[in-house]
Unconditional design. Structure first.
Length: 293
């Protein structure tokens, strides 16, 4: 009996020692595992931020974009990453797809991949098409609009568009009749009316988009003069005057720039050309409204 008791005691002692050693091993390895996990997370975030910067400056490659997605990079809002904190385009609502649309200077075109392939890849990864549709319509990016509509973007989506927060649907944003045809074919409504913005013809008249006003009226949307409240040729003359003054102000700014300030020269030249386009639209709209009384 004493022998059995001693043998049992020895077994108990050995089991206890094994538990102590296991606990020591666990406590020794746990911090190392945590450090490895945290290090991996930091490395992953650093990689995502690197890719974010390359998307912004137009140098990301197809493989890097795929890796960005596989590592869990945000496919909707670009502002998720520090690289975009000071990139002032649409605030926090700017879609990542924006960087692969047909954007004007100073935004960088993608140099290392086909932008529409990138749009297709982001959509397949779960990017929401509706916010990007607003941006694509602002840029009259017909190919992207068609792709986004094929991905079930809502042709009647209403999101904040202007810097002052005005919200209008894609047909009130685009200045391209080809884009308008695609939107209409996808089910865009022509009878949109907003208490502050008015009808689509009124919205497009304010924007100086003469071709869109003609297109809308040709598709049965009433003249802005029949809107509530009506928009007259005299109102558009006021828009033209303000636009002309804006062109003069920007041209003076352009003259005052130093010869090597290429980025601001490019940006101002682009703004002046857009203002002149809008001014010419207002001139033609005044004639249209005067002859359609």
């Amino acid at each position: 009996m004493k022998t059995l008791a001693c043998f049992a005691l020895i077994l108990f002692f050995l089991a206890a020692m094994e538990n102590v050693m296991a606990a020591d091993t666990s406590s020794a390895t746990t911090p190392s595992m945590k450090r490895g996990s945290r290090g991996s997370a930091l490395l992953n975030r650093s990689t995502l931020q690197k890719y974010a910067t390359r998307i912004q400056d137009g140098t990301i490659t197809p493989d890097e974009l795929k890796d960005y997605i596989e590592k869990g990079g945000a496919v909707d809002q670009a502002s998720t990453y520090d690289a975009w904190k000071n990139f002032n385009v649409g605030g926090n609502n700017m879609p990542l797809l924006f960087f692969f649309l047909d954007n004007p200077p100073p935004y960088q075109p993608q140099k290392n991949l086909n932008r529409l392939d990138a749009v297709r890849l982001l959509l397949s990864a779960g990017a929401k098409p509706n916010p990007a549709l607003i941006w694509a319509c602002r840029r009259d990016d017909l190919e992207a609009v068609r792709m986004l509509l094929a991905a079930k973007a809502d042709p009647n989506v209403v999101l904040p568009d202007d810097s002052d927060g005005h919200s209008v649907p894609p047909l009130g944003i685009t200045s391209s009749t080809a884009v308008a045809e695609s939107l209409a074919a996808a089910g865009a409504r022509l009878d949109f009316y907003d208490r502050d913005e008015g009808s689509l013809t009124t919205i497009q008249t304010r924007r100086g988009n003469i071709e869109m006003v003609r297109w809308l009226m040709g598709h049965g949307v009433p003249s802005p003069m029949n809107d509530t409240p009506p928009l007259s040729a005299k109102d558009v003359e006021g828009y033209l005057l303000a636009q002309t003054e804006d062109i003069q102000r920007r041209e003076e700014q352009l003259k005052s720039l130093r010869g090597n300030d290429f980025e601001n020269q490019k940006s101002l030249t682009s703004a002046i050309n857009e203002a002149k386009r809008k001014a010419e639209g207002y001139r033609q709209l005044i004639e249209l409204l005067n002859t359609s009384r």
